[in-house]
Design a protein around this ligand. Structure first.
Ligand SMILES: [Zn+2]
Length: 220
């Protein structure tokens, strides 16, 4: 199989994480979700985590130089020789340029950018309804996956909270940041001929099927 160096693109709440995990299982390629990497660093209180936390708490992007180093180490590792799936990186044009520079240094390039397109209204509906278990991070949704008892985790009985990231003013800020900083990447990758656009306002299974079809075509 040809090398598959993939980037998942889309607003917060587009379902990129779900799709990334499915592709990870399908393709057996390492899945690098920047949000998970940073949240892990925050939890472990590493130096990266302390720096990142200040920005994330405000709904701002973590500065390019911090995140570029983290990702460059991973795509240059032996597990990523056949490819990788990036989620949450690149998020800005300078990050995309840094990624291109790193890949070209390795004699590689981005194979495909999968844009999962979702409207702002749908993002607010999806993220604003999310409730997270305080103890173990189990996720529910007031509309799509309500807990049996309001405000209580079905699995372990812990209180359900609204994560800072899912609060209405932070969602609006994240969307504004996406439109300003990340959306220009659509044109950037379109110009390189690697952009694949998928309608994300459908059932996750339908989105996965379409992505599989696209990857079967680009990977062969
Ligand atoms: Zn729980």
């Amino acid at each position: 199989m040809a090398e598959l160096n993939l980037v998942l693109l889309g607003p917060p709440g587009s379902g990129k994480g779900t799709q990334g995990e499915r592709l990870n299982e399908d393709l057996r390629l390492p899945y690098y979700a920047t949000g998970d990497i940073l949240r892990g660093a925050v939890r472990d209180e590493t130096e990266l985590g302390r720096t990142a936390k200040e920005y994330m708490d405000r709904g701002d992007l973590v500065p390019d130089e911090v995140i570029v180093g983290v990702i460059a180490d991973r795509i240059d590792s032996s597990e990523a020789l056949d490819g990788f799936i990036l989620d949450g990186f690149p998020r800005t044009t300078p990050q995309a340029e840094a990624l291109d520079a790193k890949l070209s240094e390795l004699g590689r390039g981005v194979t495909a950018v999968l844009l999962i397109d979702v409207s702002d209204d749908e993002v607010v509906r999806r993220l604003g309804g999310r409730r997270t278990c305080e103890e173990n991070g189990h996720v529910f949704h007031v509309e799509f996956e309500p807990p049996k008892q309001e405000g209580v985790c079905d699995i372990d009985g812990s209180p359900l909270i609204i994560r800072d990231d899912d609060k209405p003013d932070v969602i609006r800020k994240r969307l504004a940041t996406y439109h300003e900083k990340t959306e220009p990447l659509v044109a950037y990758y379109e110009a390189k001929g690697v952009l694949e656009r998928v309608d994300g306002a459908r059932e996750p299974g339908e989105v996965t099927d379409e992505l599989r079809g696209i990857l079967a075509a680009v990977g062969s």
